[in-house]
Design a protein around this ligand. Structure first.
Ligand code: GDP
Ligand code: IMO
Ligand code: MG
Length: 428
């Protein structure tokens, strides 16, 4: 039994999709365990580019069974669009996709609330993807959420919608002066997804546990990343789920003892979409150069991503928290665009030096990075397939990061395409 988890070590978009795609070659199952369609995972296969938001990127690998776990929040309309778009491109989805009946649904009122909340915060906004993620998880925790299985019991569906709308409509009418939502309209909207969902609804946790007991390989695909984790991230500038390792067990329904390999993914630099602290952020021409070379525009919202140097304090914090067994470094080729490469190895906080990622939000806001400067390389490295093919300076860079994080590298990606990677043995 081997479950492998792939998760992000920073603020998302580390290239989890492409790392999962590589590992999915040996997997029978690929499952999502947290988040929703706030995620955007890209897989490039030759000239084809696939961007998935809700469906695990393993769907691109023929024959792989994909699961959307109980910990995911599902917008049924987005699911339908994604299934249809993939099938139009010749990817068989319906027979290979399972959706947990316990997963909560994102409804139109969640999306409306998300945008009201952001407006109300003004300059202190979180910069959410406006996909209704936060409000959907709020309803889950406060026990007024509607779940995938409720679509199959009309009576319960109406009762639950009525209960949920009592408070929601008071907010929309009373605070925002808007029209209320109608129970019947929402019920028929949800019932319209019965045909799509009925062959997919499943106990995905039980399915994965059975597969593991048979000795099959299961890959869990993280969405968002550790520093966006609601408990461990840069709160309140986080998402509303637990992308870190604990969330993998809870959200996929797999006990910890099955998790053999935990692959932490980081870019060779750092990006962040949305607001919140980012000590190594670059506001200069170097940042612009990295943004352009890395095409750093959001997969989900198209927003330009904030760009900065690799932050070892952040990466080491996430590596320890998740207990990663392997490290993957992505977008190394992008650093060919700069003359020298910096890595943050410490912070100065109000006159104090530290090499620990601070727990205190105030400290993180005041943290000034201390850099180690390494020589750069200007060669095109997209053709490198072995570590020894890399220019010496690039080898020094990855060697330094690997030694600091203290776990072996299993992948160095040097371009967006499936083949553009140095893949090292990950063990049995
Ligand atoms: P995810 O959300 O973690 O799956 O990452 P995204 O797909 O949102 O963002 C990663 C972006 O980087 C995508 O556009 C990928 O195609 C691209 N990408 C992934 N690996 C590499 C790489 O090694 N080099 C380059 N240049 N681009 C890459
Ligand atoms: P993947 O899986 C990058 C960010 C948003 C915002 C914060 C909260 O592609 O790495 P939310 O809509 O979740 O309430 O927004 O989290 N965010 C992401 N940033 N990649 C993602 O997913 C993200 N999902 C959410 O930009 O700052
Ligand atoms: Mg992404």
């Amino acid at each position: 039994m081997t479950a492998t988890v792939v998760l992000g070590l920073a603020w998302g978009d580390e290239g989890k999709g492409r790392v999962c795609d590589a590992l999915a070659a040996d997997a029978g199952y690929v499952g999502r365990y947290s988040g929703g369609n706030n995620a955007g995972h890209t897989v490039r296969v030759g000239d084809e580019e696939f961007k998935v938001h809700l469906i695990p990127s393993g769907i691109v690998r023929e024959g792989v069974i994909c699961t959307i776990g109980n910990g995911v929040v599902v917008n049924p309309q987005v699911l339908e669009q994604e299934v249809e778009a993939l099938e139009k491109r010749g990817v068989e989805v319906r027979s290979r996709l399972k959706v947990d009946g316990r997963a909560h649904l994102i409804l139109p009122y969640h999306i409306r609330l998300d945008s009201h909340r952001e407006k109300a915060l003004g300059k202190a906004k979180i910069g959410t993807t406006n996909r209704g993620i936060g409000p959907a998880y709020e309803d889950k925790v406060s026990r007024v959420g509607i779940r995938v299985q409720d679509i199959f019991d009309e009576g319960i569906l109406r009762t639950k919608l009525k209960a949920a709308l009592r408070e929601k409509n008071a907010i929309f009418e009373g605070i925002y002066g808007e029209e209320p939502f109608e129970v019947e309209e929402l019920a028929s909207y949800l019932l319209s997804f019965r045909d799509l969902l009925s062959p997919m609804v499943d106990d995905t946790g039980a399915r994965l546990r059975r597969a593991l007991d048979r000795g099959e390989q299961v890959l869990l695909e993280g969405a968002q990343a550790t520093l966006l984790d609601n408990d461990h991230g840069t709160y309140p500038f986080v998402t509303s789920s637990n992308p870190s390792i604990g969330g993998a067990c809870v959200g996929a329904g797999i006990p910890p003892r099955y998790l053999d390999r935990i692959v932490g993914v980081t870019k060779a630099y750092t990006t962040r979409v949305g607001d919140g602290p980012f000590p190594t952020e670059l506001f200069d021409e170097t940042g612009d150069r990295i943004r352009e070379a890395g095409n750093e525009y959001g997969t989900t919202t198209g927003r330009p991503r904030r760009v900065g140097w690799l932050d070892l304090l952040a990466i080491k914090f996430s590596a320890r928290l998740n207990g990663i067994t392997h490290l993957a470094i992505t977008l190394l080729d992008v650093l060919s665009a700069v003359e020298e490469v910096k890595i943050c190895v410490g912070y100065e906080v109000e006159g104090r030096s530290t090499d620990e990622f601070p727990m205190s939000q105030t400290d993180l806001h005041h943290a000034r990075p201390v850099y180690k400067t390494l020589p750069g390389w200007q060669e095109d490295i997209t053709g490198c397939r072995m570590r020894g093919d890399l220019p010496e300076a690039a080898q020094e860079f990855v060697g330094f990061v690997e030694a600091e994080v203290g776990v072996p590298l299993c992948m160095i990606s040097v371009g967006p395409e499936r083949e553009q990677a140095i893949v090292e043995k990950i063990g049995a």
